[in-house]
Design a protein around this ligand. Structure first.
Ligand code: QAP
Ligand code: CO
Length: 168
């Protein structure tokens, strides 16, 4: 097990489009374990492989109170979206300290493979729906700040670049 390094916005690698997983093998299961450890250590509620510079379509998330309900989505696809949308204040482990409102469909139906390669479908609402859409965006190279105004995006960029320089 290992805690992996998380890429920080505005790293260009966050905008790569992830490849589908061809076979859910030991290598993928090890990646899932490391991503889960990284998410829990952060702590966060969701993490996409893109954020740890692995460009494969793998997501881990846990939106439970007890932090004991890990969900794994491999090659996730949104097969249905509700017409009604909801605004939620989102954050991101790749955009530390920044939170802002994003509007998304209120409910989505997601099809994916689990860590054993078995297909499943979940009808997500509430925080799970927000989180799974946020993480699938990462796999498509999209970071939540891209839903915000250009002005906000450039302010966030300079704030994070400045913070990184202060640490270095
Ligand atoms: C995505 O985000 C998400 O800024 C997961 O300093 C977030 O786990 C989906 C985190 C909100 C839906 C709603 C963020 C930790 C964690 C920070 C996270 C920070 C420390 C974010
Ligand atoms: Co994120």
């Amino acid at each position: 097990m290992a805690v992996l390094n998380i890429l920080r916005y505005p790293d260009p690698r966050l905008h790569r489009v992830a490849e589908p997983v061809r076979e859910v093998d030991q290598h993928i299961r090890q990646l899932v374990r490391d991503m889960a450890e990284t998410m829990y250590a952060a702590p966060g509620i969701g993490l996409a492989a893109t954020q740890v510079d692995v460009h494969l379509r793998v997501i881990v998330l846990d939106v439970s109170e007890g932090r004991d309900q890990l969900r794994v989505f491999i090659n996730p696809e949104i097969v249905e979206r509700s017409v009604d949308s909801k605004v939620y204040e989102e954050g991101c482990l790749s955009v530390p300290g920044i939170y802002d409102e994003v509007e998304r469909p209120d409910r989505v139906t997601v099809r994916a493979l689990d860590e054993h390669g078995k297909p499943f479908t979940v009808e997500a609402d509430g925080l799970l729906a927000v989180c799974v859409q946020h993480e699938i965006d990462h796999l498509n190279g999209r970071v939540f700040v891209q839903y915000l105004s250009r002005l906000k995006q450039s302010r966030i960029k300079s704030r994070l670049l400045k913070a990184d320089r202060a640490v270095a």
